[in-house]
Design a protein. Structure first.
Length: 82
């Protein structure tokens, strides 16, 4: 465990050894959740777009709407598990 200061705009730097262990690089995304009085950062390693083409569909798809719905569902499940 290391101590870090919250900087301007609420920024906190993830230490290099932790980024390396998790394979995080500049531009990667993380999900930030709060559980009781803890902040949890979960790396996002795959998105819905990574699955594109894995299921046949009959017409055009609105991936942004689908992504928002999936993210909302995941957030709701996480709340139920906390």
């Amino acid at each position: 465990m290391t101590l870090h200061k919250v900087g301007k705009g609420g920024r906190v730097t993830i230490p290099k050894q932790i980024r390396a262990r998790l394979g995080l690089e500049a531009g990667d995304h993380v999900v930030v959740t709060v559980s009781e009085n803890r902040i949890i950062l979960d790396p996002i390693t795959k998105t819905l777009l990574d699955l594109r083409g894995s299921v046949e569909v009959s017409g055009p798809q609105d991936f942004n709407a689908i992504r928002k719905r999936v993210m909302a569902d995941c957030a709701e499940k996480r709340k139920q598990n906390d």
